[in-house]
Design a protein around this ligand. Structure first.
Ligand SMILES: [Zn+2]
Length: 536
């Protein structure tokens, strides 16, 4: 039975399409399946406790790719498949340790930086604090680094949390998100971003040329947390020198000692492996076939890959199992939607949304070549939105909506409309039944840094949900704390129920969701701006 839910909004004179119907009976069946028959807890426990951290192309990511396909097939999804794209080298940590061996002995909290090489046994050497933040710093240290372990981060004085590390959005906070953010196209900012992107590799080349034996950076959060991100994953581009990240407190201790006559010596053991047998990364796809093959498809996605310091639970086993559970729920209800509903688990998100960008390039739209050849050395993340023109592929018109899950374990509180004003009344209507579950906000504000961006950037309706932050941004995302312990299973169940509902509603809608115009190269918002040299 379909009820015309849009009548509720008719008094507000919102331009709701008469075809926007909400099948309330279907929603109640989704709610029953999602809350009373949930498989979220066991699914996410397997992905985190059993499989663990899932660096792109690592053995654990390969295991997760196989397992996810098995689960999706087991639940009865169709066309379950892995779709490859060129990535680079797999990398994993076998063991590692960092000790201060002078002026006293102390085991430090440390993790190898992703895609740095092994130390081939232990490296023991004195440290030198040589902060490097751009290439002009190289001159200050030239000739002084031979035989040293180089501490490259500027030591700071530390920080204390100024707000609770675990929180949920108050309704007033959600309301603040409904602020249209005018685009700012700045050539100056673009150049700064590109220089930052090129710096990691230039720093590695500089340190190696100077005869440094290893490098150390400070963790960017206090409290003993470790992260270990690195971006030198491309074949032939991995770093030359071993590098480790130290807990912020341990790093500052070394930096203070180095100011005295007791310059510390470190012993670094980093035993890592590269995996080169298959340089392709794989997105995992599965379909719930639609009844009208000419109506295209709607899609939900989350990245299955993670960083290496923990089990990648909130980032992003959480989103992955919400997408998998939405697939399970809709299949269990045996829905027969008009459009196909596609579920996808991306790879390479943590290296810059590589899986979703590869999908868009293959199926949706291509972007032009780079005009500057030196930019080809950058990870594609930096340049993806700078390549023009956007050219539609045959699949462009088939994708009616894309929903992404990647903001941790917190329940859905609403959705970012990414400046797409035409979808606002539609989403308000679709979320209305879920107000009592806390999902109310439909906000103009955009959000970035995850897999809806490649879709959004070619003008397709790609969205990310607003979720309760919990302790995701404050301490868990990418960190050594990202284990099952910080997941909130009831929140994940709520997210799966709402995602399944939004998918069904968009799959049943007469028309695809409204689209933005096909993007073309924008004009500079501040064409008379000069680079602020002091900002370096
Ligand atoms: Zn993520």
């Amino acid at each position: 039975m379909k009820l015309i839910y849009g009548l509720v909004f008719s008094a507000a004179a919102l331009p709701v399409c008469a075809a926007d119907v909400v099948d309330l009976a279907a929603l109640d069946r989704i709610v029953d399946q999602g809350f009373n028959h949930s498989e979220i807890a066991t699914t996410v426990a397997h992905l985190t406790d059993r499989i663990g951290g899932r660096m792109t192309n690592s053995p654990q990511m390969r295991e997760a790719e196989v397992w996810a396909q098995q689960r999706l097939r087991h639940w009865g999804l169709s066309n379950v498949r892995a779709e490859g794209f060129e990535f680079g080298r797999g990398w994993s940590i076998e063991s590692s340790s960092v000790r201060m061996v002078a002026p006293r002995t102390l085991t430090l909290r440390a993790i190898p930086i992703a895609w740095t090489p092994s130390t081939q046994g232990a490296i023991t050497a004195p440290v030198i604090v040589a902060p490097l933040s751009d290439e002009r710093d190289f001159e200050k240290w030239r000739g002084r680094l031979r035989g040293k372990i180089v501490l490259v981060t500027q030591p700071d004085s530390g920080s204390e949390p100024d707000k609770a590390p675990f929180r949920r959005h108050a309704n007033e906070t959600l309301a603040q998100f409904d602020t249209y953010q005018q685009p700012n196209h700045s050539e100056v900012e673009r150049q700064k971003l590109l220089q930052r992107g090129l710096f990691d590799r230039r720093q590695d080349e500089f340190l190696a040329a100077e005869g440094a034996v290893a490098w150390v950076r400070k963790a960017y959060r206090d409290g003993g947390l470790l992260h270990g991100e690195g971006y030198g994953y491309a074949s032939g581009m991995t770093p030359t020198l071993p590098g480790v990240e130290l807990a912020a407190e341990d790093y500052r201790k070394l930096a203070r000692l180095a100011k005295t006559t007791a310059v510390p010596e470190l012993e670094i053991v980093s035993n890592v492996r590269f995996h080169d047998q298959d340089t392709q990364a794989y997105n995992i796809l599965a379909d719930l076939p639609g009844q009208d093959r000419s109506a295209g498809y709607v899609m939900a996605g989350a990245h299955l890959d993670s960083w290496v310091a923990s089990d990648g639970a909130q980032d992003n086993a959480a989103g992955s199992v919400v997408v998998m559970e939405a697939a399970r729920i809709l299949r269990a209800l045996n829905v027969k939607p008009k459009r196909t509903i596609r579920f996808v688990l991306w790879s390479g998100e943590e290296q810059g949304m590589l899986g979703s960008a590869a999908y868009v390039e293959r199926h949706i739209a291509t972007r032009g070549a780079l005009d500057d050849p030196q930019l080809a050395r950058l990870p594609p993340y930096y340049t993806w939105t700078m390549r023009w023109p956007v050219t539609k592929q045959p699949g462009y018109d088939q994708l009616a909506a894309y929903f992404n899950m990647d903001n941790g374990s917190g329940k859905v509180r609403g959705i970012y409309t990414e400046g797409n004003l035409a979808v606002v009344p539609i989403f308000k209507q679709w979320l209305a039944p879920f107000a009592s579950m806390g999902a109310t906000a439909v906000v103009a504000k955009p959000t970035g840094s995850t897999d809806h961006v490649p879709f959004q950037s070619v003008g397709l309706p790609g969205f990310q949900f607003i979720q309760d932050p919990l302790d995701y941004g404050s301490r868990v995302a990418h960190s050594s704390l990202d284990s099952y312990d910080h997941l909130k299973i009831p929140d994940l169940q709520q997210s799966a129920v709402i995602l399944a509902s939004m998918l069904l509603l968009s799959a049943e809608r007469d028309a695809p969701l409204p689209r933005m115009p096909l993007p073309s190269r924008p004009n500079d918002t501040q064409p008379f701006e000069y680079e602020d040299d002091a900002a370096h």
